[in-house]
Write a protein that binds this ligand. Structure first.
Ligand code: NAD
Length: 353
């Protein structure tokens, strides 16, 4: 007798926001950031085994909604993510996300997860991965310009992975800076509220820009940036949305995730299509040099690439094993006789009578 009950394979583990937060606290936020940095780096080391494509973006007047797919031939993954800088004024998040992993062999999903928190974690982990190859040796001070939702994650990843002990904060909205200082109290980081971006970068070896504005902005101008720093540019990630003056790019060695996407979305959209860049995966594998010279300005032109989300989802899947930090969802219609989908529907009707 065929059953209307879902089969075990129809049930997909689902990590809600509540369970993601439990998982992160169970492991410890800095442990997660450090382990995720290693997970992202491990996948960058096998970069050539991934299917890669620029993300599919649907732009509107207020923001963008994007799909970010990739596969390593065994597992397929995608993320749904938005970016709406004006949401903040309405009390909404600028960035929200969820994502899925599936088995390539059958196409069956194996994980569905919230990714708003996970995106903040993976973006910070990717920044830390880049900085550990590019930042000046022994740097302890980071400037953090833009103190919104991503800020604490960026600061804690740089602490856990690169040994940053001081964060100099600036935001056009002082309430955002106060919120970040409150959240970082007790983290072991020394925090300072600064009066301007110029003030924030004083003495910093790493400068992170993480602002949200749907326009060409100039958070850093050429005269502000001295030699020997590493710039971690997070917020310029859409056509028409950048943070750095082009003269800063001209003086920097620019490192990117996936050039076909970054040339559309990153800071380098301001430059000619053949503007020289180095792919980060080549630095990770040793095929290209990272920092060569203490006076060099290195710039990670971060836009966020699908492989980082894939690494993060796989990390979560591994860490879920043996925990109860997930529910299972009846997500896939999977009749005992695969051709009898309609029969399964009919039996369900009988079962509800
Ligand atoms: N590269 C990536 O992988 C990646 C991933 C996630 C988010 N992002 C981008 O990072 C940015 C920050 O994201 P979020 O979730 O923290 O946004 P958010 O809206 O929570 O915070 C942005 C902050 O920037 C401040 N700000 C705006 N203009 C400023 C300026 N000129 N100077 C100083 N501060 C300014 C705002 O007051 C706000 O506090 C967004 O642009 C987002 O699209 C990039």
């Amino acid at each position: 007798m065929l059953s209307p009950l879902p089969s075990a394979r129809a049930m997909v583990p689902f990590v809600s926001v509540g369970n993601m937060m439990r998982l992160v606290h169970h492991l410890g936020v800095e442990t997660v950031l450090a382990e995720l940095t290693d997970a992202v780096e491990a996948d960058f080391r096998r970069w050539e085994s991934f299917d890669k494509t620029p993300r599919v973006a649907s732009h509107s007047r207020t923001g963008v909604i994007e799909l970010m797919p990739t596969s390593d031939g065994t597992i397929y993954g995608f993320k749904y993510v938005n970016g709406h800088p004006r949401n903040i004024a309405a009390g909404l998040q600028t960035v929200t996300a969820f994502g899925l992993l599936a088995e390539v062999a059958t196409g069956y999903p194996v994980l569905l997860s919230e990714m708003t928190i996970l995106t903040a974690l993976r973006t910070a982990a990717t920044s830390a991965m880049a900085a550990r190859h590019l930042a000046p040796r022994g740097t302890r001070i980071m400037a953090m310009i833009g103190n919104g939702a991503q800020a604490e994650f960026q600061a804690l990843a740089m602490k856990a992975v690169c040994g940053i002990d001081t964060v100099r904060l600036y935001d056009v909205d002082p309430d955002a800076t106060r919120k970040t200082m409150r959240n970082l109290a007790g983290s072991g980081l020394r925090t300072f509220a600064c009066a301007s971006a110029q003030d924030a970068i004083e003495g910093a070896g790493i400068i992170t820009t993480c602002t949200a504005d749907k326009q060409f902005a100039t958070i850093l101008t050429d005269n502000m940036v001295g030699p020997g720093v590493h710039i971690n540019a997070i917020g310029g990630d859409c056509p028409g949305k950048t943070e750095l003056h082009r003269d800063v790019l001209r003086r920097s060695d620019v490192f990117v995730e996936y050039p076909p996407q970054t040339r559309i979305e990153g800071e380098i959209q301001q430059m000619a299509p053949d503007f020289p860049v180095t792919e980060l995966w080549q630095v990770v594998t040793g095929a290209a040099p990272g920092r060569r010279d203490p006076r060099q300005i290195t710039l990670f032109d971060s836009v966020g690439f699908a492989v980082e989300d894939f690494s993060a989802l796989r990390y979560v899947r591994e860490r879920l094993a043996g925990t109860d930090f997930y529910e299972t969802l009846d997500m896939i219609a999977d009749p005992d006789d695969p051709r009898d989908l309609f029969g399964m529907l009919q039996r369900a009707k009988a079962a509800t009578r």
